[in-house]
Write a protein that binds this ligand. Structure first.
Ligand SMILES: NC(=O)c1ccc[n+]([C@@H]2O[C@H](COP(=O)([O-])OP(=O)(O)OC[C@H]3O[C@@H](n4cnc5c(N)ncnc54)[C@H](OP(=O)(O)O)[C@@H]3O)[C@@H](O)[C@H]2O)c1
Ligand SMILES: *[C@@H]1O[C@H](CO)[C@@H](O)[C@H](O)[C@H]1NC(C)=O
Length: 317
């Protein structure tokens, strides 16, 4: 009997140590954010909601920028309760619609006085088309956030020092930018197969890294800094659109080997609040530390071209 207990204890202990190891580094900053305003996109669930709770606990006014009012309002209640802060509000933002991005920023700029931290967190892992006819992953993960950031830049500059944090992914390593396809196929890659979706998602996450690279250059001297990051492999809702079998398989793997959403928010938080990382503006982070990226993800010419193409596609120029 006692042996069984001992073995069970050891197994639980090893699992707990293993989970701590899996969960990785934590944001160590104690920075408070009283009087500051933060936007977190896609914050009704997953990594975004945990990020919002932490920032509200630090005293920030937190705007949950989400596409569905019912889910957004439900998240306001949860974030207020978990952070013990009332200073949390929902504002409608559908990143799959450039019109929605514009009306969100209009409302935000009219009704809010400050913007100190913008967190581009929302993301999709599924095929589809945006309101404007772009591929859903390119449109939501990159183009919507590109327009959103640009329309909020003046306010961020007024409130500097301020930060822009964009949640990318390790999978950007598998991404590629084919500007010819982009000119002819607004989907930014076609096909519905597992590998098609994987590749197109990876392209969109490479865009996040290149966008941040170019943005940092454009922001030099403004005291607005920007960062992209990999949150880790996280047990969130992101795989909700996979087929049943892939979902079941992933669920088992995820429970053991993936970080929980709490751990998944740590690198975002590090980039948002850690003191003294300003000199690393434009860089890519993982596990709360700056990381090297492949040549294409820091290619000045590719980043500049992506910026110009995005300006045209989003109607900014
Ligand atoms: N989970 C991982 O292992 C992992 C790994 C690397 C990177 N990431 C990145 O981490 C970020 C957060 O993902 P997550 O894992 O927390 O996934 P999640 O639980 O699926 O959350 C994604 C959020 O994005 C929102 N969203 C989707 N489409 C939107 C749109 N058109 N407009 C506005 N919001 C939209 C979702 O809103 P709805 O609830 O309304 O759909 C949801 O709030 C994403 O950028 C993802 O690519 C995740
Ligand atoms: C918003 O979310 C709720 C709850 O998940 C759902 O019932 C409703 O259909 C959604 N509304 C839209 C417009 O998608």
């Amino acid at each position: 009997m006692s042996e069984i207990l001992l073995i069970a204890g050891v197994v639980i202990g090893v699992l707990m140590i293993f989970r701590t190891y899996v969960n990785g580094a934590r944001c160590k900053s104690k920075e408070k954010l009283h009087g500051k305003t933060v936007i977190v996109t896609g914050s009704n669930t997953g990594i975004g909601r945990v990020t919002a709770v932490d920032l509200a606990r630090r005293g920030a006014r937190v705007i949950l920028a989400c596409r569905n009012q019912t889910r957004g309002q439900a998240a306001v209640d949860i974030v207020q309760r978990e952070s013990r802060s009332k200073n949390v509000a929902y504002m409608e933002l559908d990143l799959a619609s450039l019109k929605s991005v514009r009306s969100f920023t209009e409302t935000f700029l009219k009704t809010e006085r400050r913007l100190d931290i913008l967190i581009n967190n929302a993301g999709v892992y599924m095929q589809g088309t945006t309101e404007d006819g772009f591929g859903l992953m390119f449109g939501v993960n990159h183009l919507g956030h590109f327009l959103l950031t640009n329309l909020l830049l003046d306010r961020l500059k007024e409130c500097a020092p301020s930060r822009i944090v964009t949640v990318s992914s390790y999978l950007h390593n598998h991404g590629n930018l084919d500007f010819d396809t982009l000119r002819t196929h607004k989907e930014f890659g076609v096909g519905e197969s597992f590998w098609n979706v994987f590749r197109i998602y990876s392209h969109s996450k490479l865009c996040n890294v290149l966008f941040t690279h170019e943005l940092a250059k454009r922001l030099q001297g403004t005291h607005v800094t920007c960062y992209s990051l990999h949150p880790g492999a996280i047990n969130s809702d992101l795989a909700r659109n996979l087929n049943k079998m892939s979902r079941r398989l992933l669920k088992g793997i995820a429970a053991l080997f993936f970080k929980d959403v709490e751990a998944g928010a740590q690198t975002t938080l590090h980039c948002a609040v850690q003191e003294g990382i300003e000199a690393l503006s434009g860089r890519y982070f993982s596990n709360c530390a700056v990381q090297k990226v492949k040549a294409m993800a820091q290619d000045d010419a590719v980043a500049k071209k992506l910026w110009e193409v995005s300006e045209t596609l989003s109607g900014l120029s």
